[in-house]
Design a protein around this ligand. Structure first.
Ligand SMILES: [Zn+2]
Length: 67
């Protein structure tokens, strides 16, 4: 399954953050991606192929129409 990741989306990863949360917001999406833990606010740099492999599901998708 190919998961479509968009800037601003909230993701659940296969492995949560050590702080106990498992909700991540995409704050940069390019060759390298930055994801922010919504539990503690920590920002993690991750490359795109690794991120795609680690995504379990998309919790919230950024939408232009429903803001
Ligand atoms: Zn955290």
């Amino acid at each position: 399954m190919d998961i479509e990741i968009k800037l601003g989306s909230i993701l659940e990863l296969k492995k949560g953050h050590p702080c106990g949360a498992n909700r991540w917001e995409i704050i940069r999406f390019g060759t390298d991606c930055k994801i922010k833990c919504l539990g503690c606010g920590r920002i993690v740099l991750i490359d795109r192929p690794t991120l795609k492999k680690r995504v379990k599901k998309i919790l919230e998708e950024k939408s232009e129409e429903h803001s």
